[in-house]
Ligand binder design. Structure first.
Ligand SMILES: Nc1ncnc2c1ncn2[C@@H]1O[C@H](COP(=O)(O)OP(=O)(O)OP(=O)(O)O)[C@@H](O)[C@H]1O
Length: 259
């Protein structure tokens, strides 16, 4: 791993000296500088409470920063929605079919059913759920529900995909499979991805760049490029190279936390 080059050129997300203090006085983020170049797969890695979710929510404009500036360049495609968000819980509508769940963002964008339906069906196919269009969320496994959630986030062809520990609640085999599928989707669509996790292993497997955060106050303590080539697959997962990269990242995280 080498130090990541951070430049302003081509950044889709630009965060400058951003801080967030909650009304109860908690300083969740302090002076965060963070740029994401277009098409990059970044992982935000850090222990519980270091402000990963808060930073993601600021980028998604779900909560405002209390200091600093933030810029997001909207390279919108398709329906004009530039950003997709996948939460830790799949948050599906229980009364609606899989297809209707994925159609929701298109319908909210005013797209007619006859156009939205084939787009949602194609997206379900690309996350491996062809044949489950009529199923209801209660009929799906945890991994399948998360696939629906990813399909719903990607159906508008966003250029930025934000993911907040999306696979944390899944068993290891399902998580591995979804990691592989996520890489395949990203290689095909080349959206800019920010993936929040507290798993060093998942971070090294997925990302081109790992941004490490520490708590009290939430801040960035290290920023590394992960040059392992894609596709990363089962062979990579069991390679000495992957093991070494994980060791390096763990050590870097430990050093950063101790400093
Ligand atoms: N609405 C809120 N009001 C007050 N404090 C908050 C609020 N939301 C988060 N915090 C605090 O801000 C800090 C950062 O929280 P955040 O959820 O961003 O961390 P995280 O790294 O995503 O943690 P986790 O991995 O557990 O989700 C924590 O100390 C948390 O308790």
């Amino acid at each position: 791993m080498t130090e990541a080059a951070i430049s302003d050129g081509g950044a889709v997300i630009s965060v400058r000296k951003v801080s967030k203090r909650f009304p109860n006085g908690t300083l969740a983020l302090k002076a965060i500088d963070f740029d994401v170049p277009e098409g990059q797969f970044v992982s935000l890695l850090g222990p519980s409470g270091c402000g990963k979710s808060t930073l993601l929510r600021i980028i998604a404009e779900l909560t405002p920063p209390t200091g600093g500036t933030f810029r997001r360049v909207a390279h919108s495609g398709g329906a004009g929605v530039a950003l997709g968000f996948v939460f830790q819980e799949p948050t599906l509508m229980p009364w609606a079919s899989t297809l209707r769940n994925v159609m929701l963002p298109l319908m909210l964008a005013g797209i007619a059913d006859r156009d939205a339906e084939p787009r949602a069906a194609a997206m379900l196919k690309s996350v491996g759920l062809e044949g489950f269009e009529k199923a209801y969320p209660r009929e799906l496994s945890g991994g399948m529900k998360m696939r629906v959630s990813i399909a719903r986030a990607l159906v508008t062809k966003p250029r930025i995909l934000l993911m907040d520990e999306p696979f944390a609640a899944l068993d290891e085999i399902t998580r591995h499979r979804l990691n592989d599928d996520l890489i395949a989707l990203w290689e095909r669509e080349r959206f800019s991805a920010i993936f929040v996790t507290h798993s060093v292993l998942e971070s090294v497997y997925l990302a081109q760049r790992i941004v490490m955060m520490a708590a009290r106050p939430g801040r960035i303590v290290a920023d590394f490029a992960n040059a392992a080539p894609y596709p990363r697959d089962e062979l990579f997962r069991t390679s000495a190279e992957y093991a070494q990269l994980c060791r390096n990242a763990s050590q870097a995280l430990k050093q950063a936390m101790d400093a």
